[in-house]
Design a protein around this ligand. Structure first.
Ligand code: HEM
Ligand SMILES: [Cu+2]
Length: 637
């Protein structure tokens, strides 16, 4: 099936008929049918991003309601039951349904463009992953509307989450919906790994890969290794609750700590699954807005890889107060402190890159600078709580809430918003307003610190997290009021970006192909890219192809790919030398039907095990249809 396809040419002649044919071949169905049949990578990526931000909005509103409840002592605005549901939903949705999917969404949208290909390796699997995510999120949020939301916290500890203390459906919904998000994350991870390793443009050797692509690769491998642990733990809990197994029941010899080990074996890396793509975004933005190659490319790559590896050896620092053996805990303290080294390498390489550069202070760059300030504070409190005596003191207080919001919002949300401003012109063809972007940044930056900095103090004074109110004598009222006011400023900051985004769709300045003068391939095609991404697959000769082309005034491309079927160039893993072409499938309804079939089974088992059997058969039939043998290379010949 391999064909000759790499006639290297410097001038290519594009006939309009061929371009039209290509556009038809890669056509993505629009309108209502398109909702259920699209498979093109940019469509799926866009959906992940939009859906993820909607969940961010919803979970953010819950955060504001939590803050409103805590604004003064002895308030009954929410009451204990609702408060428990709200912080559980806030944490769960933020971590599982916003942060991971949104990062995946950016990777799904941007990575194929960055590596210069026309789609991802398994377009239908991609679509399947999205539907599973969407259905899981809707059911989870639906449970809140009918008052059955989970309420055992985002880490859902047993025995609290066991049948005895949580007899309602809430925890069942939690465990099942977590399975949804795991499946979806795994599909995206597999997808990204294969795309990055096999579909890179010819010449893009591993050490010419953009740093965001490296980050997406490490993130994906981490998902593959981390997610199964929580699949195991949530499945065991489903079994305990549904068919009376005893994995976590102390009375019958079960092990509640097993839950914590499995959960945090996933849970700690999860924080880095969110952080690492953000690191990639930061490097990308720094390169573009300093206008020169980054300092320490290899050091940055190695440190991202080692953060990924080391983060699997830290999970016990979430369990310092569970009475584990001293020696083991010391190991995990050491490992937790060690992660500061590769993180420090990142920071130093970035500082060196910024040093003496002519920095353009456009909005994406501002969010990156905001990241520096906030993330460094979060990192410092992280090293503090890695010390066992200190952790024992502040465990389960608002100090922790302050710490992880500094890391999560500073480390992930700020870079994410920066990346949104950065890639927005590529996504939509229009620039967002710089002025509004700066307002948004300053409101969010100030609001963030006013909200979360006082929480350090509250925590040191002993204010526990996850408790719906406090008495006036404790004297925590003033700081809490300040924090609540701050949270509304923070929300206003994000709100300005939302309005800016919508406004720009109609009024934004047209962007052109490369408005920021960036060096990576996603900017080598129109904004927004056509259905086939690139008219010709580019050839890459360095890490900064667009800057090369500017200097030399010419570019090399691959010609000879078919116009009438979906072909992409397959390249070798290390050197990206072309080894063949791969034919990708067309839009289809089957991923959607399979997702619905799988969901019906999963949701059904909350109520009765028989639905598992039913779901199994439904999935089987839809998969048969999905994989019905076709010979795409024969079809049109
Ligand atoms: C929009 C701004 C936000 C506000 C005002 C906010 C506020 C809060 C507050 C007050 C709590 C503590 C509740 C308690 O322990 O009693 C909390 C918990 C939490 N937040 Fe946020 N938050 C925000 C954004 C985020 C983001 C972006 C993430 C993650 C990406 C996040 C993840 C969490 C998690 C995991 C918990 C722990 C939930 C639990 O204890 O089970 N938050 N948040
Ligand atoms: Cu951790």
């Amino acid at each position: 099936m391999t064909r000759q396809h790499t006639n290297l040419q410097h001038k290519v002649h594009d006939s309009p008929e061929e371009t039209k044919l290509l556009a038809e071949t890669w056509y993505s169905p629009r309108g209502f049918p398109g909702w259920f049949t699209q498979v093109n990578q940019r469509m799926i990526g866009r959906r992940f991003i939009i859906t993820g931000f909607i969940f961010f909005l919803l979970a953010g509103i819950l955060g504001l309601l939590i803050r409103t409840q805590l604004a003064g002592p002895e308030q009954e605005f929410l009451g204990p039951e609702l408060y428990n549901q709200f912080f559980t939903m806030h944490g769960t949705v933020m971590m599982f349904f916003f942060a991971i999917p949104v990062m995946e969404g950016f990777a799904i949208y941007v990575v194929p463009l960055m590596v210069g290909t026309r789609d991802m390796a398994f377009p239908r699997l991609n679509a399947f992953g999205y539907y599973i995510y969407l259905i899981g999120g809707i059911v989870l949020f639906g449970s809140l509307l009918i008052g059955m939301a989970p309420d055992a916290g985002w880490f859902n500890y047993v025995p609290l989450a066991g049948k005895e203390y949580s007899p309602d459906y809430g925890v069942d919904i939690w465990t099942t919906m977590i399975t949804f998000i795991e499946v979806s994350a795994l599909t995206a991870a597999v997808e990204l790994i294969v795309t990055i390793l096999r579909l890179r443009a010819p010449g893009m050797t591993l050490n010419r890969m953009p740093l965001f692509v490296w980050a997406a690769l490490v993130m994906s491998f981490m998902i593959v290794f981390a997610m199964p642990a929580v699949i195991v733990s949530s499945t065991l809990l489903i079994l305990d609750r549904l068919v009376d197994t005893q994995f976590f029941l102390v009375d019958s010899g079960g092990q509640p700590l097993l839950w914590q080990h499995l959960f945090w074996y996933f849970g700690h890396p999860e924080v880095y699954i969110i952080l690492i793509p953000a690191l990639g975004m930061i490097s990308t933005i720094i390169i573009t807005f300093t206008g020169r190659p980054i300092f320490g490319y290899t050091a940055l790559v190695l440190s991202v890889v080692s953060i990924g590896l080391v983060s699997f050896g830290l999970w016990v620092h979430h369990m310092f107060t569970t009475g584990l053996p001293q020696l083991g805990m010391s190991f995990f303290t050491a490992a937790s402190v060690t992660i500061a080294i590769p993180s420090g390498v990142q920071i130093f390489c970035w500082i060196a890159s910024l040093w003496g550069a002519k920095i353009r202070f456009a909005t994406p760059m501002l969010w990156v600078l905001g990241f520096f300030a906030i993330f460094v504070i979060g990192g410092l409190t992280g090293v503090m709580v890695a010390s066992i005596p200190f952790d024992t003191q502040v465990h389960d207080t608002f100090f922790l809430v302050a710490h992880f919001h500094y890391v999560l919002i500073g480390g992930a949300v700020f870079p994410l918003i920066g990346a949104l401003y950065y890639w927005w012109p590529k996504f939509t063809g229009r620039l967002m307003s710089e002025k509004a972007g700066k307002w948004s940044f300053w409101l969010a930056f100030i609001g963030f610190n006013v909200t979360f900095f006082p929480m350090h103090q509250m925590g040191l004074e002993g204010m526990p997290r996850r408790v719906y109110t406090y008495t006036a004598e404790m004297g925590w009222g003033d700081l809490n009021l300040l924090s609540t006011l701050g949270s509304f400023v923070l929300a206003a900051g994000f709100g300005v970006t939302l309005i800016n985004a919508i406004w720009s769709l109609y009024r934004g300045q047209p962007a052109g192909a490369n408005p920021w003068n960036a060096p990576t391939l996603e900017w080598a095609t129109e904004s927004p890219p056509p259905s086939y991404n690139f008219r010709h697959i580019p050839m890459v000769e360095s890490r900064w192809p667009l800057w090369d082309w500017q200097r030399s005034g010419e570019r090399s491309v691959v010609t000879g790919l078919s116009h009438w079927r979906r072909e992409v160039v397959l390249t070798s893993v290390l050197d990206a030398t072309p080894i063949g072409v791969q034919i990708l499938p067309k839009p289809t309804i089957w991923p959607f039907t399979s997702a619905v079939a799988a969901s019906s089974g999963f949701i059904g088992i909350i109520f009765h095990p028989i639905f598992f059997v039913m779901g199994f058969f439904l999935v089987f039939f839809t998969l048969v249809a999905w994989f019905w043998p076709r010979r795409p290379w024969k079809e049109d010949e």
